[in-house]
Design a protein around this ligand. Structure first.
Ligand code: IPM
Ligand code: MG
Length: 367
């Protein structure tokens, strides 16, 4: 019997509710497939600030270190908004976790089932078959982490703040390699997004991606696009992209745009992979829904558990090599939603069900 050893960091507001839904689904499939779940829950984010005084306690990091993957919920919310930015859950938990484990590759599938095109703010005729694209975002470099980063009061009394955007060729090459793998599993099309008409880092980005593809992946059809145009093209005709690759901050912004055109944040999963292999020789990764903590609906059995369940499926696929099982879980979510069982965020005025009933229906479709 193989054992799946992972850390469970549920976090704040709806985090624990959708996490318990994902764990129920995992328990169910583990029973079916004769797999042993060996997971450890740990505090993170606001919950960790409240209980242990810091958003990412050393004990949590240690539990993650001893695991083969991290299943992450979501962190942050109004309760901790008055803290200095550096101590807030998002910045003090998520960013250090990404950096600590060198999780440089963020894969965000932008998937809208054809049956849910109503959920998208785009006109249905622009997306007759839904949306099916992938954003690959560099996650541990660029302006998020570059030094210097400071705020200083100048001698004349004015105040100056500095962020620094830095990229090394090697960082661009390793994320390009991930994008190539993703593109090869799909249509072998890759669009690299940058701002090479203005930024030095983008000039290096474009040059490095071009050289990498020419040398290592001539089978991939590579195109380049400036980020402002990419923002526009995503809203105009998202399916012209198959896989797009971009640096950290551009990816943050474009992936939110992608999320909104895909209808509900409650449906979108993500995987952050890095340089490390886990004890199974597979990529160590952090898997989280894209939706955030949704404080307004927390504790009311209203949250859509699909994104967390789909993130658990990504964990099975990448960190545990269980491709067939991941596909089966994804199919069960899809079947549930398309059969009309939906949480409020994707119900469009039709009757909706709560988090628990939605999870029950997904489990029933897995039986
Ligand atoms: C995301 C989030 C984070 C980011 C925040 C919470 C720090 O917006 O994962 O996209 O900016 O990377
Ligand atoms: Mg973001």
């Amino acid at each position: 019997m193989s054992t799946l050893k992972f850390a469970v960091l549920a976090g704040d507001y709806i985090g624990p509710e959708v996490m318990s839904a994902a764990l129920r689904v995992l328990e169910h499939v583990a029973g079916q497939e004769n797999l042993q779940l060996d997971y450890t829950q740990a505090d993170v984010g606001g919950a960790a600030i409240d209980r242990q005084g810091t958003a990412l306690p050393a004990s949590t990091l240690q539990i993650c270190e001893q695991s083969d993957a991290i299943l992450f919920g979501s962190v942050g919310g109004p309760k901790w908004e008055k803290l200095p930015t550096k101590e807030q859950p998002e910045r003090a938990a998520l960013l250090p976790l990404r950096k600590h484990f060198t999780l440089f590759a963020n894969l965000r599938p932008g998937l809208l089932y054809p049956e849910l095109t109503d959920a998208s703010p785009l006109k249905s005729e622009r997306i007759p078959h839904g949306i099916d694209i992938v954003c690959i975002r560099e996650l541990t470099g660029g302006i998020y982490f570059g030094q210097p980063k400071s705020t200083t009061t100048l001698p004349d009394g004015d105040v100056e703040a500095i962020d620094t955007m830095v990229y090394r060729k090697s960082e661009i090459e390793r994320i390009t390699a991930v994008a190539v793998t993703a593109a090869r599993a799909r249509k072998k099309q890759l669009c690299s997004v940058d701002k090479a008409n203005v930024l030095e880092t983008s000039v290096l980005w474009r040059k490095t991606v071009t050289a990498y593809i020419a040398e290592h992946a001539p089978d991939i059809a590579l195109s380049h696009m400036y980020v402002d145009n990419a923002a526009m093209q995503l809203a105009r005709d998202p399916n012209q992209f198959d896989v797009f690759l971009t640096e950290n901050m551009f990816g943050d912004i474009l992936s939110d745009e992608m999320a909104v055109i895909c209808g509900s944040l409650g449906m979108l999963s993500s995987a952050s992979l890095g340089a490390r292999s886990n004890s199974l020789g597979k990529p160590f990764g952090l898997y989280e829904p894209s939706g955030g903590t949704a404080p307004d609906i927390a504790g009311k059995n209203l949250a859509n558990p699909c994104a967390q369940i789909l993130s658990a499926a990504l964990m099975l696929r990448y960190s545990f090599g269980l491709e067939a099982l991941a596909t089966r879980m994804e199919a069960a979510v899809r079947q549930t939603v398309t059969s009309g069982i939906r949480t409020g965020d994707i119900a469009f005025g039709r009757p909706s069900v709560g988090t628990i009933a939605m999870t029950d229906a997904i489990i029933a479709n897995l039986s």
